[in-house]
Design a protein around this ligand. Structure first.
Ligand code: CP
Ligand code: NVA
Length: 313
């Protein structure tokens, strides 16, 4: 496996290796401080980022490498240079490329033409590095035996919902998305993908449209912003009305298991997708989850650069 372009690129074995290494990096951030010595990692983002950018730059530094951050408007790509040419040029200077942008196809094309590892740091469709941090947090909370546990995502059927289903499928989990029906439901392509993976992994995939039913007996309630980067402001009113029943409130949390946790990829909007009392309350694991963005990206760079991930194909 050269790249991490989609969550579905990862095999269960890859995820286990990455979680184990990330755990080590959580305890000892500098335990592989020469792994990327004299190497550079380009981080190209056409959308804003707090966590992914800072955790990626820090991860590269902790591995002894140099991150080179490039904003969306800074490459000749914006002036008509092709993706293929850009990929070849970056491959000549750098040792990996981390990219955040709108279209998944752009990331796929970069992966195809670059000779160096390309890592998807969020597209409109997917967010694989976030899911690694999420599953490390889940592992730390519940351990390896997740039989009988239900992992629920509530809200917009966006990139996070797609990735939640696919990663849950890889992990053999019982994963649920509860979203409005219709245009804010998860992308059919990703639901099908999760169901395909589940056939082999033994996962249970539920795509439903009722928040109370989803929360009943859940071990995790996860949510994300209602308006993602790039979403049309034109839709806001209609979308907020459709998503309101999926807001994670204290009464929704009360329907979950006694040891349940609340998760959020962040940034969050208190009073919209989650109540302040939930996200800032005792069941919330958001700070540990955010911390693991660094440990998991560090593990990913470490193993991808050494060619140690097998991939799912
Ligand atoms: N969760 C996440 O990807 O955060 P940023 O948008 O701040 O990178
Ligand atoms: N769905 C959100 C996730 C942010 C980390 C977005 O794409 O803006």
């Amino acid at each position: 496996m050269k790249d991490l372009l989609h969550t579905a690129d990862l095999s269960r074995e890859d995820v286990e290796l990455l979680l184990a290494t990330a755990s080590d990096f959580a305890a000892k951030p500098l335990s592989a401080s020469t792994a990327l010595a004299n190497k550079t990692v380009a981080i190209y983002m056409t959308k804003p980022s707090t966590r992914t950018r800072l955790s990626s730059e820090t991860a590269v530094a902790h591995l002894g490498g140099t991150p080179i951050f490039i904003r969306g408007d800074e490459l000749q790509l914006g002036r008509g240079e092709t993706i293929a040419d850009t990929a070849k040029i970056i491959s000549g200077y750098c040792d990996a490329l981390i990219i955040r942008t709108f279209a998944q196809s752009e990331v796929d094309e970069l992966g195809m033409h670059a000779s160096i590892p390309v890592i998807n740091a969020l597209t409109d469709d997917d967010h694989p590095t976030q899911l690694l941090a999420d599953w490390l947090t889940i592992r730390e909370t519940f351990g390896k035996d997740i039989a009988g546990r239900k992992f629920v995502y509530l809200g917009d059927g966006n990139n996070m919902a797609n990735a939640w289903l696919v990663m849950g499928a890889i992990m053999g989990a019982h994963v649920v998305t509860a979203t409005p029906e219709g245009k804010w439901a998860p992308n059919r392509k990703y639901v099908d993908m999760a169901q395909q993976i589940a056939k082999k992994s033994g996962a249970t995939i539920e795509v439903i449209h009722n928040a109370d039913e989803a929360a009943r007996g859940a071990s995790v309630l996860y949510t994300d912003v209602w308006m993602s980067m790039g979403d049309s402001e034109f839709d806001r009113k209609e979308k907020v009305a459709a998503l309101s029943p999926f807001s994670v409130t204290d009464s929704l949390m009360a329907a979950t298991e006694k040891d349940s946790i609340f998760m959020h990829c962040l940034p969050a909007h208190r009073g919209e997708e989650v109540s302040a009392s939930v996200i800032d309350g005792p069941r919330s694991v958001i700070w540990r989850e955010a911390y693991h963005r660094r440990t998991t990206i560090q593990a990913l760079l470490y193993h991808l650069s050494r060619g140690e991930l097998a991939g799912s194909k």
